[in-house]
Design a protein around this ligand. Sequence first.
Ligand SMILES: NC(=O)c1ccc[n+]([C@@H]2O[C@H](COP(=O)([O-])OP(=O)(O)OC[C@H]3O[C@@H](n4cnc5c(N)ncnc54)[C@H](O)[C@@H]3O)[C@@H](O)[C@H]2O)c1
Length: 289
Amino acid sequence: MNYKNITVAGSGVLGSQIAFQTAYKGFDVSVYDINDEAIEKAKERITKLKQRYQEDLSASQEDVDAAFNRMSFHSDLAKAVAHADLVIEAVPEVIQIKTDFYKQLGSVAPEHTVFATNSSTLLPSQFAEATGRPEKFLALHFANEIWINNTAEVMKHPGTDETVFQDVLDFAEAIEMVALPLHKEQPGYILNSLLVPFLEAAQMLLVKEVADPETIDKTWMVGTGSPKGPFAILDVVGIKTAYNISKAKADATGSQEYAKLAQLLKEEYLDKGKLGVETGEGFFKYPSE
Ligand SMILES: NC(=O)c1ccc[n+]([C@@H]2O[C@H](COP(=O)([O-])OP(=O)(O)OC[C@H]3O[C@@H](n4cnc5c(N)ncnc54)[C@H](O)[C@@H]3O)[C@@H](O)[C@H]2O)c1
C-alpha cells in the first residue's frame, strides 16, 4: 500500500471523523462537500473532534493541530481528488445521491485512484458500474466514534481486485483501525449481521413479557461474561432507531409482534423522553446504576 493522499467525500457525522482520524495518523487529507456552507459545518465538527481526541485519547494540542493542518477543504470535486490515491465516500445513504456522485467522481478522479464506500446498508455492487472502475472499488465501513470504536470492515464485491482489497486493509491498519476482511458481500457486514438479530431477540422477550430488561441483560452478562447486555446496547444506539426499525418491519410485514413492540417503545420510552444514553435515561438510567 503506498497511499499518501486521501480524499473524504461527504463531511457529515462519519465523513468528518474518517477525515480527522486519517489526518491524525499522518496522511494528507482532502475533504469534499457540496458547498461552502457544508464545508464550514465540517470545520466546526472537526474542531469539536479535536477536543474529543484530547479528552478521550489524551492527544496533545500540537498533535490535533498538526492533524488539522494536514487537511484541505474543497467544494470542487475535481480539485478535491486531483492527487487522491484513495477516495472514501461518506455521502448520504440515498441510492440516487451515491450513484450520481460515483458517476461524477469516476469522470474526474485520476486513473489509479481507488474508491471506497462507507455505506451502512447499501452494497458496493449497486454502485460498481457507476464508478467506471469496478475493480478499484469496495466498501470500507467504519463505526460511529471511530477513534474509540475502531472497527473497519473491508468488504469486496464480486469484481474487486484482490490487490486493491489488501491495500485497503493495510490502509485501515495504518490509520489504527482493526481491519476486518469480508471476502463476500454481506448486507449489514459482520457486526450488524450479528447485532441486529440479537437486539431483536431481546426485544421480543420484552414484548412477550417473558422478563424485564434488567433480567434479560443480567442473564446475558453473567452467562457469557459480556460487559453489556442487549438493552444497554439499545440505549447507546438510541431507542428512536429501535422504534423506527420495528415500525418499518410492522408496516412492511403486518407483523402483530413488531407492531406491539413499536407501540411499547413509543408509549413507554419515546413519549416519556427516554431516548437512551443521550437523554440520561432509556431502558436504564445514566450515569449507569
Ligand atoms: N452515522 C453513522 O453512525 C454511520 C456509521 C457508519 C456508516 N455511516 C454511513 O456513512 C455515510 C454518511 O452518513 P453520515 O451519518 O455521516 O451522514 P450525514 O448526513 O451526517 O453527512 C452526509 C454529508 O454528505 C454531504 N453531501 C450531501 N450530498 C452530497 C453529495 N452529492 N456529494 C458530496 N457530499 C454530499 C452532506 O452535506 C453531509 O455533509 C452513509 O452512507 C452512512 O450509511 C454512517
